[in-house]
Design a protein around this ligand. Structure first.
Ligand SMILES: Cc1ncc(COP(=O)(O)O)c(C=O)c1O
Length: 387
């Protein structure tokens, strides 16, 4: 029986090689050239006013926090409200900038619950970090209103949201800054890269100075703007080496051409899953907000005795994932353990079913059949144990 994996990226190999070949022939693989083309293509695609290409979404999230902290004069120990149901990048960057992550609970969409966020606001709160889990916007519009009312910055961790739209408009513009991931298994896979999109043009100009060690003119602009390479530059900050490179941008440029088509197919896969699993005994499907055209990075279900069901699925050669473990279960965030009961419960029940464009209808049927038997078997075992 052939194994069905959670994620398998698809690359249009000949087109990718042609884009990469251009870089190699021109002798330009680093910052500039294709990175500039990709930034322009991303702005055109999303409608966002600014975009800067980086080596990961983790770098993007770090710089989002660093620049907002600097711009608004936040103090060490100030608070950012965030979710415990995320990849740890989201929360680590707060610690990197000596900010205090305050965990709020999630709702049935597995995204931050605005009611819980509202309860966590204090006079030390400076921002909300919202994760669009699996590509879904959850109740983001309510979070936007809450942030405006309390004059809080909003950072959108849009790692899963390449191609997600809300009533036809690409996500990102509602936040002060949106951070996208083009990591190896995301909807727009490169190998590792990301995009930071500030709403404010001054912050976009600033962030460019932070991503190549604080050097005020990158090698590419020094080469193209003056015709001949000029060696002189100033160093204005102790910046980071976070910029993207032309090889990753080459992969991104090809992937972007297919993103809408690929995401439409992901939504088709999700519809097939839903047709099979909605109403099935012993499980529920994590809902997507009405009006959200989700990128469908994930298709998640909830079951009791999740670990047992996962093991049974592996027996059918099906290898799903879990997004994510409640971050307050990790020793480093343990001080907040118990503060988000909905997220904790979800983190023990969720399964991300295989979701990638190499899957066909028959694969979805096979996964669903296996899910139904694994859940039935686990429920039978529970009944026998309690008899
Ligand atoms: C929700 C979330 N945030 C941030 C990241 C970090 O993205 P990257 O791997 O591009 O740094 C990821 C990646 O898995 C993620 O899933």
């Amino acid at each position: 029986m052939e194994a069905i994996q959670l994620f398998v990226p698809t690359f249009r190999i000949e087109e990718c090689l042609a884009e990469i070949r251009e870089c190699l022939e021109r002798g330009w693989t680093g910052l500039g050239y294709k990175t500039v083309e990709f930034e322009d293509a991303w702005k055109e695609y999303t409608g966002l006013p600014h975009a800067h290409f980086l080596n990961s979404a983790t770098s993007a999230l770090h710089l989002a926090i660093r620049l907002l902290k600097e711009r608004d004069g936040w103090q060490d120990g100030d608070e950012v409200i965030t979710t415990p149901l995320t990849f740890v990048s989201t929360n680590h960057v707060l610690l990197h900038e000596n900010l205090h992550p305050v965990f709020a609970d999630v709702d049935e969409s597995l995204c931050l619950d605005p009611d819980s966020v509202a309860k966590r606001i204090t006079d030390k709160t400076r921002a909300v970090m919202f994760v669009g889990l699996g590509g879904n916007i959850g109740r983001l519009p309510e979070i936007v209103r809450l942030c405006r009312r309390h004059k809080l910055r909003l950072i959108l961790d849009a790692a899963h949201m390449a191609g997600s739209r809300w009533h036809g408009v690409h996500v990102g513009g509602e936040a002060d800054v949106a951070c996208f991931s083009f990591q190896a298994v995301k909807n727009l896979p490169t190998a590792d890269s990301g995009m930071i999109c500030f709403a404010d043009g001054d912050l976009d100009a600033d962030v460019r100075k932070w991503t190549w060690l604080g050097i005020n003119k990158d090698t590419y602009s020094r080469t193209i703007s003056q015709g001949a390479y000029k060696w002189y530059y100033e160093v204005e900050h102790a910046g980071f080496k976070y910029h993207g490179n032309s090889i990753m941008a080459a992969l991104g440029l090809v992937g972007l051409k297919y993103l809408d088509q690929d995401n439409a197919y992901r939504r088709q896969l999700a519809a097939w899953y839903e047709a099979e699993l909605n109403g099935a005994a012993g499980l529920s499907v994590v809902p997507v907000t009405t009006g959200c055209e989700s990128s469908r990075h994930l298709f998640q279900i909830r079951v009791a005795h999740r670990d047992e069901v996962m093991v049974a699925l592996n027996g059918f050669q099906i290898f799903p994932g879990v997004h994510y473990r409640d971050n307050t279960s990790y020793p480093m965030y343990a001080a907040a353990h118990g503060s988000c009961p909905q997220a904790h419960r979800a983190s023990e029940e969720i399964i991300s079913l295989p979701m990638h464009i190499g899957l066909q209808h028959r694969d979805v049927l096979r996964v669903c059949q296996a899910v139904r038997s694994a859940v039935a078997e686990s429920r039978g075992q529970q009944r026998r144990r309690s008899a």
